[in-house]
Design a protein around this ligand. Structure first.
Ligand SMILES: Nc1ncnc2c1ncn2[C@@H]1O[C@H](COP(=O)(O)OP(=O)(O)O)[C@@H](O)[C@H]1O
Ligand SMILES: O=C(CO)[C@@H](O)[C@H](O)COP(=O)(O)O
Length: 499
């Protein structure tokens, strides 16, 4: 039997899947690393911890592998998007990576609009200037850390840096590059116009490749450290959401994905890159060639639950924390949560908004708070579904992926709030599975990504909307939407008091 490895460099952990030619997951390894949050709005990680933890995970995988090591034929990657990794002339990391959920760059976004113009930016990149994207982070470093910027030779995204450390080869794939806000989306190349207008040296931008491209082999040092064969082929891989789409069979028009990882996303497959969503949703390259997707993002989806767990139930597992949500009725006994712990992207691009619990009552117990958090996250994702539906998309079925699918009540809640059939696939590791599919296709096991995805992915369970719950959630969603309107000004006044 032959195998491939899919590596998903997530925000909470790196998840490594060993997958055989039938799509069976032979091993699943997860190694976590911390977020560095020095101030409100800041979110960073040390790129070396990504590499160290990946190597430890690969060592463990090889240790438990009882086949011929050469039978692990290929590796590919999926990674948290937008994070800025700056390298100097010797390809050494210049500072911690500034991540997708870091919102310190509001001024830089305003500057981009001033210099480029909102309409022109949208027509080049198909996306608005949002704090999470890479370009504003690059401008922030130039303004606040000029000595670091002066030494920068290349910028990379997280999984590109990890891949560089495994292969010695530097490149970025289109699906991740489209999330930098520097890609000319229609031309599929770095935008000279944006670089010129913002005075950015185009040489900082790495060479572009397809997600399916073979970019080399692992280095001698990595082969020695992990025990992997030096003949293991390495394929570029893609943005976690692009890979999540591949790994959840979102490979044709009319298919929709909901992912609850640290962030939450709702994404929909597109065959063209010329539609106009007026920047209300993100519009990026898919990992499949000549394909695209539109996407709405909740910044703190799974993160809202992990924040609550860290603060109020540190020694419990997620499974223990959510074990009682089924005992709490729809609407959490009148408790509402908005998940704006680090600001928000869709539908409100707002870096100063923060989360709320509304309706706290003396009778509420911890389980009410847990259910309210899960409902609030799902309402936020429903805002994206609503944007898609308002633009004429039919959404009857949603494939659900990410850590959030580990809880059955949450999947039913998604069906009830989205008022759509929710499908859970055999692996909840959509992005890691997507990376494995890219490697399997690259190794020549299948003639298309779609054929591979059909062989590898099976439907495990389907959840149908329950009419009574749908009606209750429709009424609650209207109240949920009021909370943003009623709290946005209050939150602006609170900015001065934040850490
Ligand atoms: N048993 C569980 N029930 C419900 N949610 C869970 C469970 N386990 C993990 N989660 C959620 O999944 C999130 C992690 O998802 P994951 O897809 O691994 O994230 P990432 O790719 O961003 O690292 C956690 O923050 C938590 O909210
Ligand atoms: O910023 C985005 C998408 O635009 C996030 O979806 C990141 O890509 C991080 O993903 P997870 O770690 O939550 O999977």
């Amino acid at each position: 039997m032959k195998y491939v490895i899919g590596i998903d460099l997530g925000t909470s952990a790196v998840k490594i899947l060993l997958v055989d030619q039938k799509g069976t997951v032979a091993q699943e390894i997860s190694k976590d690393y911390p977020l560095i949050q020095e101030k409100t709005g800041y979110s960073e990680q040390d790129p070396n911890t990504w590499v160290d933890q990946t190597v430890v995970g690969l060592q463990e995988l090889v240790h438990h592998f009882d086949g011929q090591i050469e039978d692990i034929e290929g590796i590919s990657f999926s990674g948290q998007m937008h994070g800025l990794v700056l390298l100097d002339r010797s390809n050494e990391v210049l500072r911690p990576a500034i991540l997708w959920n870091d919102t310190r760059t509001t001024e830089q976004c305003e500057k981009i609009y001033r210099l480029i113009g909102e309409e022109r930016l949208l027509s080049i990149t198909q996306n608005p200037a949002l704090e999470g994207f890479t370009l504003p982070k690059l401008l922030w470093v130039r303004e606040h850390e000029p000595e670091i910027y002066a030494n920068a030779k290349t910028f990379l995204l997280p999984k590109d840096y990890l891949r560089y450390r495994l292969t010695g080869s530097i490149e970025m794939d289109y699906s991740d590059a489209s999330g930098t806000l520097l890609l000319d989306f229609k031309e599929n190349k770095w935008s000279k116009e944006l670089c010129n207008l913002l005075d950015i040296d185009e040489k900082l931008c790495p060479p572009l490749v397809e997600s399916t491209a073979e970019v080399g082999k692992i280095t001698v040092e990595v082969a020695e450290a992990t025990g992997l064969s030096m003949s293991t082929k390495v394929f570029a891989g893609g943005a976690d959401n692009a890979c999540g789409a591949i790994g959840s069979r979102i490979l044709e028009q009319g298919t929709t994905l909901c992912s609850i990882g640290t962030s939450g996303v709702v994404l929909s497959y597109e065959t063209e890159n010329t539609k106009d969503f007026h920047g209300k949703v993100h519009y990026f390259n898919h990992g499949a060639p000549d394909a695209y997707y539109t996407m709405g993002v909740t910044l703190a989806a799974g993160y809202s639950l992990s924040w609550f767990k860290d603060v109020f139930a540190k020694n419990e597992s997620f499974a223990e924390l959510v074990s009682e949500v089924g005992k709490v009725p729809v609407g959490s006994n009148g408790l509402l949560f908005t998940p704006y712990l680090v600001g928000e992207r869709t539908p409100y691009a707002d870096s100063s908004i923060r989360a709320s619990f509304i309706g706290m009552d003396g009778s509420h117990e911890r389980k009410d708070f847990v259910r309210a958090i899960m409902e609030g996250i799902t309402f936020s994702l429903h805002e994206s579904i609503t944007v898609f539906r308002d633009h004429g998309k039919e959404i009857n079925t949603v494939v659900s992926t990410g850590g959030g699918t580990k809880n059955e009540e949450w999947l039913q809640m998604q069906a009830d709030i989205f008022n759509a059939k929710v499908v859970k696939m055999s692996s909840e590791q959509g992005p890691g599975m997507g990376a494995a599919i890219l490697a399997a296709y690259g190794c020549g096991w299948f003639t298309s990504l779609k054929d591979c995805a059909e062989e590898f992915l099976k439907v495990e369970k389907e959840y149908y909307p329950i009419e009574d719950n749908v009606e209750k959630y429709k009424r609650l969603f209207v109240i949920y939407q009021e909370v943003y309107k009623q709290t946005s000004e209050i939150n602006k006044k609170l900015v001065a008091f934040r850490r």
